[in-house]
Write a protein that binds this ligand. Structure first.
Ligand SMILES: NC(=O)c1ccc[n+]([C@@H]2O[C@H](COP(=O)([O-])OP(=O)(O)OC[C@H]3O[C@@H](n4cnc5c(N)ncnc54)[C@H](OP(=O)(O)O)[C@@H]3O)[C@@H](O)[C@H]2O)c1
Length: 294
């Protein structure tokens, strides 16, 4: 497919299951428009058994690549020709980049979190104590971002064994900065500069929280509580953190930055994060109609 002037059309996808409620199409369509590129982005429901075929289909001419979401981020690794160091270290791919028939796996969740924390005013002091809640793929991306950023990380999870597995698997790039797993009562709340909720507690449920509020009262006043969850826009964790006098941010910034970085990897266009954030402004709006079909 090409425009009358010969400009090629580009195609990118989200593969997830379910996929219907993804916010990625509205962000990437806004980015194509901002960059002046004739591109389409479609969220496709891909069942786990269909992932190998769907990944193979990305080798077609005109396809830039795909984002991956649950449940495909780990399963895609062996299907790809190469992996970035972040994807390898996290053990998960959220972005596949297609170049001349070759598929490269990257993880933009980790640098997306890093950039969102900068935007939220987090000051990266060498050797600071940070606490990550959760032990799934998002927690692994957070451990990567934070420990590579010279932070000491304590992973706290409802199922302690999963947190311990992250700490055991992790190869710290610098032995001065550690990753440990502890039950919540033993975590270093009094000295933590940052708490990142990388658990799915609170997702679409305003009454759910990953953390007993008494732990929040043990944090220093300067602590930032960053919740990767962005729906609802103010989670119970954020509400209780603010009530305890702390700064709290939701995960929209991370969502926008991971998309920005994926879009840049596909197109080379450095579209400002504000374009992605503005596309998310009204989360109840179903978003623009698809610019094209896959
Ligand atoms: N903002 C962004 O750009 C961004 C990017 C990636 C992910 N996320 C969000 O990050 C969250 C985690 O994603 P994931 O892929 O890592 O999910 P996942 O692999 O399913 O892991 C979920 C984690 O949440 C914990 N959990 C679930 N319900 C809980 C509850 N009620 N109380 C305490 N812990 C609970 C689980 O604990 P157990 O181990 O005990 O089951 C597990 O550690 C999701 O909400 C996702 O939307 C946001």
């Amino acid at each position: 497919m090409s425009l009358p002037d010969g400009t090629p059309a580009f195609h990118a996808f989200l593969y997830a299951d379910p996929a219907a409620h993804s916010l990625s199409p509205r962000m990437h369509r806004a980015a194509f428009a901002h960059a002046g590129l004739n591109g389409t982005y479609d969220a496709l429901r891909v069942a786990p058994a269909d992932l190998p075929g769907a990944v193979e289909a990305l080798r077609r001419p005109g396809v830039l690549g795909a984002n991956l979401s649950l449940p495909h981020k780990e399963a895609a690794l062996p299907l790809l020709d190469s992996l970035s160091s972040a994807a390898r270290a996290v053990g998960a791919v959220n972005t596949i980049v297609h170049r001349d028939g070759q598929l490269h796996g990257d993880n933009t969740d980790s640098p997306g979190l890093r950039d969102a924390l900068y935007d939220a005013g987090y000051i990266w002091e060498e050797g600071a104590e940070v606490i990550v809640l959760g032990a799934g793929g998002a927690a692994r991306a957070a451990v990567h971002a934070l420990n590579c950023g010279q932070q000491n990380v304590t992973v706290v999870n409802r199922t302690l064994e999963r947190a311990q597995a992250i700490a055991a698997d992790w190869h710290a790039p610098d032995a001065h900065f550690q990753v440990t797993a502890l039950p919540a009562h033993a975590a270093p709340w009094e000295s933590a500069a940052l708490v990142v909720n990388a658990s799915s507690a609170g997702l679409n449920d305003p009454d759910q929280t990953p953390l007993d509020a008494t732990f929040l009262t043990r944090l220093p006043a300067r602590t930032l509580v960053y919740d990767m969850v962005y729906k609802p826009a103010e989670t119970r964790l954020m509400r209780e953190a603010r009530a305890a006098g702390l700064n709290a941010e939701n995960g929209l910034g991370m969502l926008a930055h991971q998309a920005r970085l994926a879009f840049r990897a596909w197109t080379g266009a450095d579209v400002p994060v504000s374009v992605f954030l503005n596309a998310l402004t009204d989360l109840t709006d179903p978003g623009p109609a698809p610019a094209g079909s896959a």
